[in-house]
Write a protein that binds this ligand. Structure first.
Ligand SMILES: Cc1ncc(COP(=O)(O)O)c(C=O)c1O
Length: 386
């Protein structure tokens, strides 16, 4: 069977060899600890599970959902945005459920890009910002995120030809994989830039609730004029430990939400209504679990930062996300360092280059493993790499 031309546009997977080595170690009975994937290890809060139990017993949730979504869900998102970010959203026209942020980000590409269009995407970045445009025949043009600029793109450096063809710009703060948070004034700059170049801003706020040291992440939509030029992709996955539930929302510009809805009615049949009702409970019910998760991740982050310092890697603690992003020691590439960590410590960390060319020279540690396993992983790294 051959790849379609479309699938052929996705670059070959660079880390097949690393994955083969991980699989081999596991097959040999070695206790490999994976700090690779960002998938919360703690359960969904009990009030959300209870809401799901109630909702799933109601036969009214068993039929096709509408893609517009249940009023309860849209109203809960709107009330959350008002309470949390001071952003007023009309639940009827400016909010729609999504089957997770990933679905939404991909489909935004289908809804807003034609063949030959350009999507501006952060590098390193969440892979769908580049895979999505490639699959729809558009061209991702990368905006380097480098430590010298606080992992914020230099909008003035985007080539004029790319800018002429650009229709969308993907941004994400707090940022995966770098853990960076948005500096004051940047979102305002983005609004002016989007107006000037007629771009749709797609701000991915997957980690907005997971922040530390008193930092509170803003919504892009809170910036004056943002709602005229952009949407935010909100996800319940990380804040409420709901990665398996597939629950998110697109919020913001009504025209963009309407186009996303038009596309979605031709692709899927919406988000299971019981999940929407559980999501509404997550957003409207007690928020203590979010504070608890922030405390857990801050503690784990500090554990990792201390251990890295001992093996000669000194970095500033990130103020958000569930990741630590750090430079590899001198003499290593991302891949060679990750292989060494696997060989010496039987610990999996992600090569920065898997998030884009500007990720080369870095690696990412995910904080989503129980404290004792993370402690064991950092002990092994200390022991074998110090
Ligand atoms: C930046 C970013 N956006 C979106 C997602 C996808 O989240 P969801 O589970 O809502 O599809 C992830 C998941 O890791 C992510 O890191």
């Amino acid at each position: 069977m051959r790849d379609t031309e479309r699938l052929g546009r996705i670059p070959p997977y660079l880390f097949a060899e690393l994955e083969r080595k991980i699989a081999q170690k596991k097959a040999d009975g070695i206790d490999v600890i994976s700090l690779g994937i960002g998938d919360p290890d703690t359960p969904t809060p009990p009030n959300v599970v209870a809401a799901m139990e109630r909702a799933v017993r109601d036969p009214g949730t068993h039929q096709y959902p509408s893609n517009r979504g249940r009023a309860e869900f849209r109203e809960a998102v709107s009330a959350f945005y008002d309470r949390r970010f001071g952003v007023a959203l009309d639940p009827d026209t400016q909010v729609m459920p999504a089957i997770g942020g990933k679905e939404c980000i991909f489909n935004v590409n289908l809804a807003f890009l034609d063949e030959g269009d350009v999507a501006l995407a952060a590098d390193p970045g969440y892979p769908v910002y580049t895979g999505g445009p490639l699959l729809v025949g558009a061209e991702p043009v990368l905006m380097p995120l480098v430590p010298e600029r606080g992992f914020v793109p230099d909008l003035a450096a985007i080539p004029a030809d790319a800018l002429r063809r650009a229709r969308t710009i993907f941004l994400n703060y707090p940022n995966n994989p770098t853990g960076a948070v948005v500096p004051g004034g940047f979102f305002e700059e983005v609004v002016a830039f989007a107006r000037e170049h007629d771009l749709l801003v797609v701000h991915d706020s997957a980690y907005s609730e997971l922040t530390f040291d008193g930092y509170v992440a803003p919504s892009f939509l809170a910036v004056p004029g943002a709602i005229d030029v952009g949407v935010e992709v909100f996800s319940l996955s990380k804040a409420y430990n709901m990665t398996g539930w597939r629950c998110g929302a697109i919020a913001g510009n009504a025209g963009a939400v309407a186009r996303y809805w038009k596309l979605k009615t031709n692709i899927d049949s919406g988000l299971f209504e019981a999940v929407q009702l559980a999501g509404a409970e997550a957003l409207s019910g007690p928020q203590d679990s979010v504070a608890e998760m922030c405390a857990i991740y801050a503690r784990r982050r500090d554990l990792v930062i201390d251990a890295l310092r001992e093996i000669g890697i000194a970095i500033e603690p990130p103020k958000g996300t569930i990741y630590v992003w750090a430079p590899v020691p001198a003499g290593h590439t991302s891949a060679s360092f990750c292989e060494e960590v696997l060989e010496q410590a039987a610990v999996v960390v992600s090569p920065g280059s898997s998030y884009g060319t500007n990720g080369e020279g870095f690696f990412r540690i995910s904080l989503t493993v129980p404290d004792d396993r993370l402690g064991e992983a950092v002990e092994r790294m200390r022991g074998s790499l110090a």
